[in-house]
Write a protein that binds this ligand. Structure first.
Ligand SMILES: Nc1ncnc2c1ncn2[C@@H]1O[C@H](COP(=O)(O)OP(=O)(O)OP(=O)(O)O)[C@@H](O)[C@H]1O
Ligand SMILES: CC(C)(CO)[C@@H](O)C(=O)[O-]
Ligand code: BAL
Length: 277
């Protein structure tokens, strides 16, 4: 198990990857088995596998958990080695924000950036897309892999790559789950034992929605809401979209997305489903 090279600046990155094709997995660290899957998915997609670890300040609003966000660099390095990562890009804040923490040029996510997660976190997706664009500029990957767990983020990054012609292929990786269905997330560690039990009902609600798919959109939402209600969870949202997060239509691949605060952490989950008339 080779230890990955660590690069903190563009010069160090360039020296480490030369002219090889690059697959890339951006993360905020605190790596769990979900990230490990992403890395394994990305491994064969390029000659060199780069993982970035950067807790990006500009996607957190004042009062959110930027300071408390878990930072576990040594353990992360071991996970990266296990997954065959060649280069861990752990940039300094100055590498990412050479003119200071206020971006004067940003990526506007458009209307999809201000609904659902964007309604709760109004500046979040501008911060995410801007930092991902910067990471792409620094790493210059051929392929970048993101988790379906953060489905709105994945969709917006696909839109950005396509509409700004970034020349990076965006690949989604299925959500990795705990044995009871809870989607893995760095923030799960903040759940108390009771909250952890309650959190499993988010994925149970999605499964109920999938089972009701043939009966149409109203049945999907009613069944999923009933499961959440039985667990005492009031979702921030529970919505049906099409696979690209537009309007859902019968017969077209649909998506069901949920977010809720369970105790302190906000948890997200989603699933694909087929919708009857
Ligand atoms: N359970 C999971 N299955 C698949 N991909 C995941 C999972 N959890 C996170 N990812 C993906 O890993 C990448 C890095 O995510 P991040 O570092 O924010 O981890 P996270 O666990 O989502 O943390 P958070 O608790 O902040 O949501 C993203 O593309 C994200 O979608
Ligand atoms: C894509 C990302 C690494 C940008 O900071 C982050 O939003 C995440 O980890 O999902
Ligand atoms: N995985 C999403 C990153 C965030 O919550 O800021």
């Amino acid at each position: 198990m080779a230890t990955p090279a660590i690069a903190r600046t563009r010069a160090e990155l360039d020296a480490a990857h030369g002219d090889s094709t690059v697959s890339f997995v951006p993360t905020m660290g605190a790596l769990h088995d979900g990230h490990l899957q992403l890395l394994k998915h990305a491994r064969p997609l390029g000659e060199t596998l780069v993982a970035s670890i950067f807790v990006n300040p500009t996607q957190f609003a004042p009062g959110e958990d930027f300071d408390a966000y878990p930072r576990t660099f040594d353990a992360d390095l071991e996970r990266c080695a296990e997954a065959g990562v060649d280069i861990v890009f752990a940039p300094t804040v100055e590498t990412m924000y050479p003119t200071g923490l206020v971006d004067t040029v940003t990526v506007d996510p458009g209307p999809l950036g201000s609904v659902l997660e964007g309604a709760v976190r109004p500046t979040h997706f501008r911060g995410v897309l801007t930092v991902v664009a910067k990471l792409f500029g620094l790493v210059r990957p051929d392929v970048a892999v993101f988790g379906e767990k953060d489905y709105q983020q994945l969709t917006l990054i696909r839109h950005m790559a396509r509409e700004l012609a970034l020349g990076v292929e965006i690949v989604g990786c299925p959500t990795v789950r705990e044995h009871d269905g809870l989607a893995m997330s760095s923030r799960n560690r903040y759940l108390s034992a009771d909250e952890r039990r309650q959190a499993a009902y988010l994925s149970a609600a999605l499964r109920a929605g999938v089972a009701a798919g043939p009966d149409g959109a109203d049945a999907v939402l009613a069944e999923a809401h009933a499961v959440l209600e039985s667990a005492g969870i009031t979702p921030d949202y529970l919505v049906l979209t099409d696979a690209d997060m537009g309007e859902p239509r019968p017969g077209v691949d649909a998506h069901l997305l949920v977010a809720a605060k369970v105790g302190t952490p906000r948890l997200l989950d989603n699933t694909a489903l087929t919708l009857g008339a």
